[in-house]
Design a protein around this ligand. Structure first.
Ligand code: ADE
Length: 231
């Protein structure tokens, strides 16, 4: 059985994972710390990247290329776009796009660059494991497009635009860059987010208030999944 990477962007997103990890060994690499350990019979490597697409791409690459992880699960928080997503609700990405990638001046759609894709799909098997956990535990789980950008969105207009342009249900700042890396390196990946705010004018306040509790909801769900991953 190959190693499983579990990453977040912020300490609050991985602390609930580290609390449950056994035989932990800390490795410093690339200006970051990678926690190798076990969860039940599974070997895992946990790290937080720091916020944003560039740091997340770096961490995902290191988890795969340096630590040899063969699957990658991301756990964290997101701003809601869909009205049916409330604070603490879980959403899994069926695909991820970069809402701040814009070469529309050359006639391309938003989120697209030549030889790339607007929306990168996540692994179907991992999504099915998530649905199985949700069903068994009677947890509400929404599936939809998650839009990523190097911006904390706290504007009704921007969130509506992202929602309309990418048919996105939620937005955050790392998922699509992890998707680009895993897709290029053929590593099955999965992105889970619990809602911390609604990306509107209250978003900054709500994010501070709910980061910790929502991050924990996401991390606990991820650990339920890790126990069920087979090959
Ligand atoms: N992550 C959580 N809330 C967010 C927001 N409003 N914008 C970007 N990333 C987020």
């Amino acid at each position: 059985m190959g190693k499983i990477a579990i990453m977040g962007a912020m300490p609050e997103e991985i602390d609930p994972l580290l609390a449950k990890l056994e035989n932990v060994k800390e490795n410093g690499y690339g200006a970051n710390i990678y926690y190798e350990g076990s969860y039940g019979s599974k070997e895992v490597v946990v790290a937080y990247s720091k916020i944003g697409k560039v740091f997340a791409a770096l961490t995902a690459t290191i988890l795969i290329e340096k630590f040899g992880c063969e699957k990658l699960l991301f756990s964290g928080v997101a701003g809601a776009i869909s009205d049916d997503l409330k604070i603490g609700d879980l959403v899994i990405a069926d695909g991820l796009c970069q809402h701040d990638l814009d070469i529309t001046a050359f006639g391309h759609p938003y989120g697209y660059v030549p030889e790339g894709e607007v929306c990168i799909p996540t692994d179907v098997n991992l999504r099915n494991i998530a649905k199985q956990v949700a069903k068994e535990k009677d947890i509400k789980l929404k599936e939809g497009v998650i839009a990523t950008g190097d911006q904390f969105v706290a504007s009704f207009e921007r969130k509506e635009w992202v929602g309309k342009t990418f048919k996105a249900s939620a937005l955050e700042m790392e998922g699509a860059s992890v998707a680009v890396v895993c897709n290029a390196l053929n590593v099955p990946f999965f992105i889970l987010r619990a809602i911390s705010d609604s990306a509107d004018m209250d978003a900054g306040f709500d994010f501070d208030a709910f980061l910790e509790s929502s991050a924990k909801v996401s991390a606990e769900f991820i650990l339920e999944m890790v126990g069920r991953i087979e090959e």
